[in-house]
Design a protein around this ligand. Structure first.
Ligand SMILES: [Ca+2]
Ligand SMILES: [Ca+2]
Length: 668
C-alpha cells in the first residue's frame, strides 16, 4: 500500500500505526537488523550506473567554494582523460547543499570504471558508453513476476526469490461485512468472486484495483508505444516461449485479477468493480504470504475502481485483439459494462476502513478517471459517444503528470500515442516544458525532475512519471532537449542526487538494499532474501511518517535528504507496482530510443564561444587515485581523434556560452 500525495498521509500514518499496534499485540515480528545510519560517503555524485557517450554528463560536487575548482576525469586505469573547472551553482533548494557542476559531456570514449576527482573528493566509478538500461528494463519488469499472488515462484524463474504460492484462497472471496469510517454499514454479499492472480501491491500483500490500474496501464502503454521492444522469452517467466511478448503475459496476470473484481450480473451493483482485496490485519513484517487466508475480503465497489477497470480492460481489448481474440472480447465486454455501471454510480467514493490491514486508496475526484476511461474506450471501439464524452471534458486533457489518484494524463497519453491526437500531443509537450523548467531552475542543483514541492511519499515515481512525459515529448517533436532531460531523470535516480545513492537495487555502488517489503527483508539466514535487482525505492519524503524514519533523524531534514534505506521505513523505502512500472517504461525507452542516438555519433551544434575545458593528451601522466580502482574492461588507451577534438571543442564552446548566459542571469 503506497500513497503519493501529502493529503493522504494522515490517514495512512494512522493506518500504519494501527497496524504496528496490531502486530505488537499479535506478538513480535522478527526484528530486522538496523542498517548503519545513512550518510553520503562522498561529495561528488554521479549516475553510478553510467552515462550514454553522447548524453549530457554532469556530476555534482558539494562544496562551499565561491570560485570554480579544478576537476579531473580518470579512466578505469587511473589515467587522466579530461580536466576542467567546475561551475559554481550555489545552494540547492531541496537538499541545502552548496553545489558545483562538473560537466564532462565532452568526453565520449566508452569504458568502465571512470571516476571524477575534485576538491579532494572522488566519485563512485561509472560507465560511459551504451550503459545497462537494457538490463534494467528486464529487471524492472521481472519485479512483477516476483510479486505475483496465487502462484508458486519456481526456482528456474525466481532463483533466490523462490517461494510458495500466496493467497490461493483469493480464487473464492466474498464481501466484507462491517461499518466504514463514516459509520455506514456494508452488508455481506451472497456471491464469491475469483479474484486470483494479480500482483501484491507494495510492501504488503493487499491488491488494490486503483493502483493496479495505473501500474498495468503503464506496462501496456510501454508496449503500445513500441511493441517491437518487447519479445517473448525476454523475462524468464513461466509463459516465456508461448509466442506472446512476455510483458503482455505479465500484464495479463494483473488484468485477469482486475476482471475478477467486477460485480457479477444480477447483483445490485453489477458491473462495478470492488475497490480492493486485503486482510483484516496487516501481515507480519517480514513474512511470507500465507497460502490461504479466511480473513481476506472484497471491499465495497467504487466509481474510481470501476473506471480503472474500464480503462485498462479497453486497453486490453486493443492490445490482445490480434493475439487472443477471445480474451480481447472478454476485456471489451468488461470495459463497456464497467463504463455503464460507473455512469450509473458516478460518485461512489471509496469507503475507508482504517482499522483493517489495508490502505484506503481513497480518491474523491473521479472526473479524471471518467476522462481516462472514455479515451481508452474510444481508442478501443471508435464509438463517437466516448469521443464526445472526453472531448466535453477537455479541461482534463492534461498538461500535468500522473499518479494513482490523478489519471487524466493516462488518457491524454493514450490519445497522444495510440490516437496520434494533436491536442493531446500538445498537452504532453506543454507539460514536458514545465518539467524542463523545473530541471533548469537555478536552485535545482541536482537537475532533479522532481519539483521542490514534489518530495512526497513515492517521490521517485514523480521523477519517473515526469521522465515519461519528457520522453514522449521527444517522440512527438524530435527535439533533443527532451531526450537529454529524460536521461537526466535517470541520472538523478541512479546516484546523482543529494544522497549520492542509487534508489534502484543492484544498480550502482551504493544502492537500495533494505526495501520495505515483506519477503525481501534481507535476512537470508532466516529465509528473507535481499531485493532482486531493478527494484525502485519510494524515495525522499519531506514528511517522513514512520518510526524508522524518525529514529534515523529524518524529521526536519531537507526534503531531498529525507530518506533511509531501512526495511521498516515504509514512508521512504517501500516498493510498489505503480513505481516499478514507470521505471520499466523509462528504462525500455532509454534502451530502445535513446541508446541508438546517444551512444552513437552525434552531430555537434554550431560553436558560439571558445571552449573552457581542456582535453588532456593521450600521453598524460597517470596520477595516483585514492578511490579503489575498478578493473577496466575496455581498452585503456584514450583514442582522441582530431575529429573528436574539434567536435568536443564545439560542444564545449556551447556549454561555455550557456554558462556565461546563466551566470549573467543569476547575477541580475
Ligand atoms: Ca511469452
Ligand atoms: Ca481521481
Amino acid at each position: 500500500m503506497v500513497l503519493s500525495l501529502r493529503k493522504f498521509l494522515p490517514a495512512v500514518v494512522g493506518l500504519f500505526l494501527l497496524s504496528v499496534a496490531v502486530m505488537a499485540l499479535a506478538g513480535p515480528a522478527t526484528a530486522a537488523p538496523s542498517p548503519a545510519p545513512f550518510t553520503p560517503r562522498r561529495q561528488i555524485s554521479v549516475n553510478q550506473s553510467g552515462y550514454y557517450s553522447h548524453a549530457p554528463k554532469v556530476a555534482v560536487l558539494v562544496s562551499d567554494s565561491q570560485t570554480p575548482l579544478a576537476w579531473t576525469l580518470k579512466d578505469g586505469g587511473g589515467q587522466t582523460v579530461l580536466t576542467g573547472e567546475t561551475a559554481v551553482k550555489g545552494p540547492d533548494a531541496t537538499s541545502g547543499d552548496a553545489v558545483h557542476w562538473i560537466d564532462f559531456s565532452a568526453y565520449v570514449t566508452p569504458g568502465k570504471g571512470y571516476t571524477l576527482a575534485a576538491d579532494s573528493q572522488i566519485s563512485d566509478p561509472f560507465e560511459i558508453g551504451e550503459t545497462n538500461y537494457g538490463a534494467l528494463k528486464i529487471d524492472a519488469l521481472r519485479y512483477f513476476y516476483l510479486n505475483r499472488s496465487d502462484i508458486a515462484l519456481e526456482q528456474q524463474y525466481a532463483g533466490a526469490w523462490t517461494r510458495p504460492a500466496g493467497h490461493v484462497s483469493d480464487s473464492k472471496v466474498t464481501c466484507y461485512a462491517g461499518a466504514d469510517s463514516t459509520g455506514k454499514k456494508w452488508p455481506a454479499c451472497d456471491y464469491t468472486l475469483d479474484a486470483s492472480g494479480g500482483w501484491y501491491d507494495a510492501g504488503d500483500y493487499g491488491k488494490y484495483v486503483v493502483n493496479g490500474g495505473i501500474a498495468l496501464w503503464t506496462l501496456l502503454n510501454a508496449y503500445e508505444r513500441n511493441p517491437g521492444a518487447f519479445a517473448d522469452r525476454a523475462l524468464n517467466i513461466p509463459e516465456s516461449g508461448n509466442g506472446v511478448p512476455d510483458i503482455l503475459d505479465e500484464a495479463r496476470w494483473e488484468m485477469e485479477f482486475l476482471l475478477g473484481m467486477q460485480v457479477p450480473e444480477g447483483q445490485p451493483l453489477a458491473g462495478m468493480a470492488h475497490h480492493k482485496l486485503h486482510g483484516l490485519r496487516w501481515d507480519a513484517m517480514p513474512g511470507l504470504p500465507p497460502a490461504k487466508s479466511d480473513t481476506r475480503f472484497l471491499f465495497p465497489p467504487s466509481t474510481a475502481a470501476t473506471l480503472n477497470l474500464a480503462a485498462t480492460a479497453a486497453q486490453c481489448a486493443r492490445v490482445w485483439k490480434s493475439i487472443d481474440a477471445d480474451f480481447s472480447a472478454r476485456c471489451l465486454t468488461a470495459a463497456e459494462t464497467a463504463w455503464q455501471a460507473a455512469s450509473e454510480h458516478p460518485a461512489m467514493l471509496a469507503a475507508e476502513f482504517p482499522a483493517l490491514g489495508g490502505g484506503p486508496y481513497n480518491d474523491d475526484k473521479v472526473a479524471d478517471e471518467f476522462f481516462w476511461a472514455a479515451a481508452e474506450l474510444y481508442l478501443a471501439t471508435g464509438n463517437p459517444e466516448y469521443q464526445k464524452f472526453y472531448t466535453a471534458a477537455s479541461d482534463q486533457l492534461s498538461s500535468r503528470s500522473m499518479f494513482w489518484g490523478g489519471t487524466a494524463p493516462l488518457g491524454t497519453i493514450s490519445l497522444a500515442t495510440v490516437g496520434q491526437d494533436a491536442a493531446a500531443r500538445a498537452a504532453v509537450v506543454k507539460f514536458a516544458d514545465e518539467v524542463l523548467s523545473t530541471m533548469q531552475d537555478s536552485a535545482n542543483g541536482y537537475l532533479s525532475p522532481v519539483p521542490a514541492t514534489g518530495y512526497v511519499w513515492g517521490s521517485n515515481s514523480v521523477a519517473l512519471n515526469r521522465a515519461i512525459l519528457l520522453a514522449l515529448a521527444y517522440d512527438f517533436t524530435g527535439e533533443a532537449r527532451y531526450l537529454d532531460a529524460a536521461t537526466e531523470g535517470m541520472n538523478y535516480l541512479l546516484g546523482r542526487n543529494a544522497l549520492n545513492f542509487s534508489f534502484i537495487s543492484g544498480y550502482g555502488m551504493q544502492s537500495l538494499a533494505h526495501p520495505h517489503h515483506r519477503f525481501w527483508g534481507n535476512q537470508p539466514a532466516k529465509g528473507f532474501p535481499p531485493p532482486p535487482p531493478g527494484v525502485l525505492a519510494g524515495g525522499p519524503n519531506g514528511n517522513p511518517a514512520d518510526p524508522a524514519a524518525s529514529a534515523a533523524g529524518l524529521v526536519g531534514k531537507p526534503p531531498a535528504k529525507s530518506y533511509v534505506d531501512d526495511v521498516e521505513s515504509y514512508s521512504t523505502n517501500e516498493v510498489a507496482i505503480n513505481w516499478n512500472a514507470p521505471l520499466a517504461w523509462v528504462a525500455a525507452y532509454l534502451d530502445d530510443t535513446a541508446r541508438p542516438i546517444l551512444s552513437g555519433p552525434r552531430l555537434a551544434p554550431t560553436p558560439t564561444a571558445a571552449p573552457t575545458t581542456t582535453l588532456s593528451s593521450p600521453s598524460a601522466t597517470p596520477r595516483p587515485v585514492t578511490a579503489t580502482p575498478v578493473p577496466p574492461t575496455e581498452p585503456q588507451t584514450p583514442s582522441v581523434s582530431p575529429g573528436f577534438m574539434v567536435g568536443g571543442a564545439i560542444v564545449l564552446g556551447l556549454f561555455a556560452a550557456a554558462a556565461v548566459v546563466i551566470w549573467q542571469r543569476r547575477k541580475s
